[in-house]
Design a protein around this ligand. Structure first.
Ligand SMILES: Cc1cc2nc3c(=O)[nH]c(=O)nc-3n(C[C@H](O)[C@H](O)[C@H](O)COP(=O)(O)OP(=O)(O)OC[C@H]3O[C@@H](n4cnc5c(N)ncnc54)[C@H](O)[C@@H]3O)c2cc1C
Length: 469
């Protein structure tokens, strides 16, 4: 007798949940998609549509050769992404970026899923842990996960496991730091657990440089908090410009303190202030500016931070920010296929896992959908290679970040996809010449992208072969 396969439940019909549901039904597995709107709203969504874009209508650069998010677009397209298919179909002119007509896009995603025989869309909040007979669940409830569900997740995983705000310090590509000015040293040369005594990159400043920097911070254009973002959670992580406003010396006694640090090039001369950067990913390609969370606008941040002499040519993998954002301490809590170690029937996807952005959320939704489907069909769940944009992003979430287990310090912060997350690549010589500067950077991006797309093909065809068996 024919027995209907048990459905996979997807909670949250945003960018990640919609993509996950599409991937699952694409393999003939039924899905129940639970979306709480319009029964219950969020502070940012305005409609009852699936995949609503809450702010900008841009999926950012569509350049697949030299931009990491453009590469992720291409990988999504090749993996039959619904979000990219409808994004492409509802494109509006935006130069090199892929921007979409938000109404048409969300309506098309909603219609495509509603038209699937194997998809059931249930409107209503899942206000706690899912019932036990839901044996495969993808939680894709996003940065504004409803409090009843986030409380239940926190009760299950522990007090320290879920953040409600991100406090993001800018992250710099290591190769763009001027190491003729900066030096490696830990404060007082302390090795600590797992350190070497020379773990931080130290960027010195003279008194004049510090004074000009403080003036620029205070004058810089800021982003305002929205009413619903104003909460006491910010007390422990003040934006640096607020610290600067509290007194001209405050930063010099806080994140810019020079004590316990000696410039090996000028051992007799104490720097007036020091900005420290700490390694951010296992590859050592990215460093974060310690204690530099900020609400300065992006343009102002780049200008002001490049006033720090060793960062004069800094390339930022991401700029700083403070937002309302619910996200897990994923490197500690999730396994390599996004399952919650404490309750493996729950898988997480989208921004709640610690990726950032519409496209990244859709990509993690795609992977979660594919992993859950493979599990349901008792197939091999092979994660994508680390050299692909999918794999690089998944690595940031489930493994690549340092200090996930360090007691008392939550250092894992959400991140957009960027080339600093990929394993290094050999830059090909052009006509036997070693490239330098911007030419080298461009060739490096091209080489990473070409390698990613080649390796993606292998992964996709292995998944297809598995499905055909
Ligand atoms: C104010 C704001 C502005 C942003 N601006 C941008 C931007 O300009 N560009 C960009 O790339 N990214 C932006 N982001 C990030 C953006 O939210 C994510 O990139 C993306 O929407 C996340 O996708 P997601 O699927 O994880 O979550 P979402 O798209 O938010 O989807 C989650 C869904 O889950 C539903 N839900 C929540 N709790 C429950 C529950 N208990 N039961 C059932 N359903 C539930 C919600 O209603 C929602 O539909 C912004 C985020 C915020 C909060």
């Amino acid at each position: 007798m024919f027995r209907r396969m048990k459905p996979i439940h997807v909670i949250g019909g945003g960018l990640a949940g919609s993509e996950a549901a599409w991937q699952i039904v694409g393999r003939g597995v039924p899905v129940v998609l639970h979306e709480m709107r319009p029964v219950r709203g969020t502070d940012a969504h305005k409609t009852d549509r699936l995949a609503e874009l809450v702010c900008s209508n841009s999926f950012r650069s569509d350049d697949r050769e030299t931009n990491a998010v453009g590469l992720l677009h291409e990988e999504l397209r090749r993996a039959d992404s619904l979000i990219m298919r409808k994004g492409d179909a509802h494109q509006v002119p935006a130069g090199g970026a892929l921007a979409v007509d938000r109404e048409g896009f969300a309506a098309a995603v909603t219609e495509a899923l509603a038209a699937q025989r194997l998809v059931t869309i249930e409107r209503g909040e899942i206000a706690g842990l899912p019932p036990e007979d839901w044996d495969s669940v993808i939680v894709a409830t996003g940065p504004l996960t409803s409090p009843a569900l986030s409380d239940a997740i926190r009760a299950l995983t522990g007090e320290d496991s879920l953040a409600f705000f991100d406090a993001i310090a800018p992250i710099v590509h290591f190769e763009s730091i001027d190491m003729d000015i900066a030096w490696f040293q830990s404060r007082y040369d302390k090795a600590g657990p797992g350190g070497t005594g020379a773990d931080y990159v130290n960027c010195p400043m003279t008194r004049e440089e510090y004074e000009a920097f403080v003036d620029a911070l205070i004058a810089g254009e800021k982003t305002e908090f929205k009413e619903w973002e104003k909460t006491p959670y910010f007390d422990g992580c003040l934006p640096i410009e607020v610290m600067a406003e509290r007194g001209r010396e405050t930063l010099r006694h806080g994140p810019m303190k020079p004590f316990g640090l000696t410039n090996p090039r000028k051992p007799g001369e104490k720097p007036y202030a020091v900005v420290q950067l700490r390694q951010d990913n296992a590859l050592g390609t990215l460093y974060n500016m310690v204690g530099f969370q900020t609400k300065l606008k992006y343009g102002a941040q780049a200008d002001v931070f490049r006033m720090i002499p060793a960062l004069g040519d800094a390339q930022f993998a991401r700029l700083g920010g403070l937002h309302r954002n619910t996200f897990l301490n994923s490197p500690k809590l999730l396994d390599p296929t996004l399952r919650l170690k404490a309750m493996p029937r729950l898988r997480f996807a989208g921004q709640i896992t610690g990726c950032e952005g519409y496209v990244e959320s859709a990509a993690i939704g795609l992977l979660a959908g594919r992993f859950a489907t493979a599990e349901r069909l008792a197939e091999d769940m092979r994660p994508p290679p680390a050299t692909t944009a999918f794999g690089a992003l998944l690595g940031h979430i489930t493994g690549g970040h340092l200090s996930a287990d360090e007691p008392g310090r939550r250092s894992f912060q959400p991140m957009n996809v960027n080339f600093g997350l990929f394993p290094p690549v050999q830059v090909p010589r052009v006509a036997g010449q070693k490239l330098r500067g911007p030419d080298k950077a461009l060739q490096k991006k091209r080489a990473i992208s070409a390698r990613a797309l080649a390796d993606l093909e292998g992964w996709l065809s292995a998944s297809t072969a598995e499905a055909a068996e």
